[in-house]
Design a protein around this ligand. Structure first.
Ligand code: CMC
Length: 377
């Protein structure tokens, strides 16, 4: 018998069709339901993009109004959830807090097992509304501060700043944040989305699928990279050390965080727009520390391109942007969750529309068949 070809990491393997998003190779552009992300980032709010991903079309004025009202009404956490989350160890990573929160929401929802599209849309909207409240409360808890309740008069992005800092930043900061949410929202069969589809394919529930997806996103080869980028910039410290640091890191065979991509080999289509928004933050911050970090960020990008020919991915500018917005590093990947919850849940609904159990094969390379030895009998 011939050994079947192995696609380690499922690289290049096509497992299903999807109508949610695609990367158009010729133009290197990412589209959601046919719209280029650049266009969406320039003209739409994150709420409109969430609606688009779930329902397939952009909302009209009335639909958007109703959608926003529902999202705002769903934000508050009940007392049991707030108490449960407050009891988690203060040392635990905020991704563990989000993962636990989603799992707990599932245990509280009497419609948990209803996998209809309507029920899943309702659950998705509730998660979209509540996850920022969890992330903001946890951000404040790490600083020994009491949570701030959501404000229903504020949009999704602004309300998040209000809940984290008790104040609203400049419009440039809010816009940059919103752009990051739009760019992070969806990316086809990436590791966490695929994880959500695998769980859904067993006909398990949406909360279980999202809980698993959060676990997959946490890792540094995926969403955890935006945090790793900032740790790396802090480790290097100064623009003049970027090249030397990189040469040593590459000699040590280290992965340079925020660079490279499984799908994009000539640059991540989302990077230019995120970089532009981040540059605006640096200019408007008018602060020596921001200028130093921006110079270091740019020096490392150039060095990586000249040494390895590897381009940055979205996490590279987003990591710096989130730092400049005032978030502490452990909050960065939770911000990714607040956005990607839209893509995950759109894929969960789509998986159920034409479900087939996801169950690949492996080539066995362990010991041949043998008898249990006497000492173990
Ligand atoms: N630093 C150093 N070398 C790299 C990097 C990197 N960031 N990315 C790729 N390479 C090299 C790798 O060493 C390999 O070289 P060689 O062929 O000589 O062994 C070659 O490029 C191909 O790498 P690969 O691991 O086979 O490619 P992949 O498609 O499996 O990797 C990746 C994709 C994202 C896992 C990888 O680029 C990586 O580890 N990047 C750093 C982590 C990161 O930024 N992740 C975020 C991904 S995108 C957004 C997101 O999901 O959040």
């Amino acid at each position: 018998t011939t050994t079947p070809e192995i696609h380690r990491g499922l690289a290049g393997v096509v497992v299903d069709t999807t109508a949610i998003s695609t990367v158009i190779q010729e133009t290197n552009s990412l589209t959601y339901r046919g719209y280029a992300v650049q266009d969406l980032a320039a003209h739409c709010s994150f709420e409109e993009v969430a609606y688009l991903l779930w329902y397939g079309e952009l909302p009209d004025t009335q639909q958007l109004h109703e959608f926003r009202a529902r999202e705002r009404a769903l934000r508050p956490l009940d007392r049991t959830t707030a108490e449960l989350l407050a009891r988690l160890p203060e040392t635990c990573h905020p991704m563990d807090v989000l993962r636990t929160a989603v799992s707990f929401f599932g245990s509280e929802d009497p419609t948990e097992d209803d996998g209809s599209t309507a029920a899943n849309h309702a659950k998705s909207l509730a998660l979209l509304a509540k996850l920022p409240v969890v992330a903001a409360a946890d951000h404040r808890r790490r600083q020994g501060l009491a949570p701030i309740q959501p404000d229903p008069s504020l949009g999704y992005a602004e309300n998040f700043f209000h809940m984290c800092f008790g104040a609203l930043p400049s419009p440039e900061v809010v816009r940059c944040f919103e752009i990051s949410l739009i760019l992070y929202a969806e990316h086809s069969f990436n590791a966490s989305t695929f994880t959500a589809r695998v769980v859904t394919s067993t006909l398990s529930d949406l909360y279980s699928a999202v809980t698993a997806a959060i676990g997959a996103l946490k890792g540094p080869l995926h969403g955890g990279a935006n945090e790793a980028v900032m740790h790396m910039l802090n480790e290097i410290g100064d623009p003049q050390w970027a090249e030397k640091w990189l040469d040593e890191a590459l000699a040590d065979k280290r992965r340079i965080m925020g660079f490279g991509h499984r799908v994009y080999k000539h640059g991540d289509s989302r990077v230019p727009i995120m970089q532009e928004a981040t540059d605006l933050l640096v200019t408007s911050a008018d602060d020596a520390d921001a200028a130093r970090l921006a110079a270091l960020h740019s020096a490392l990008r150039h060095a990586m391109l000249s040494r390895k020919g590897i381009h940055p991915n979205l996490d590279y500018p987003a990591g710096l942007a989130y730092h400049l917005m005032g978030f502490d590093i452990p909050t960065f990947t939770p911000l990714f969750v607040m956005s990607r919850i839209t893509g995950w849940t759109a894929h969960i609904t789509e998986q159920l529309e034409h479900n087939s159990l996801i169950r690949p094969l492996g080539v066995y390379n362990g010991p041949g068949q043998r008898a249990v030895p006497a000492h173990a009998r």
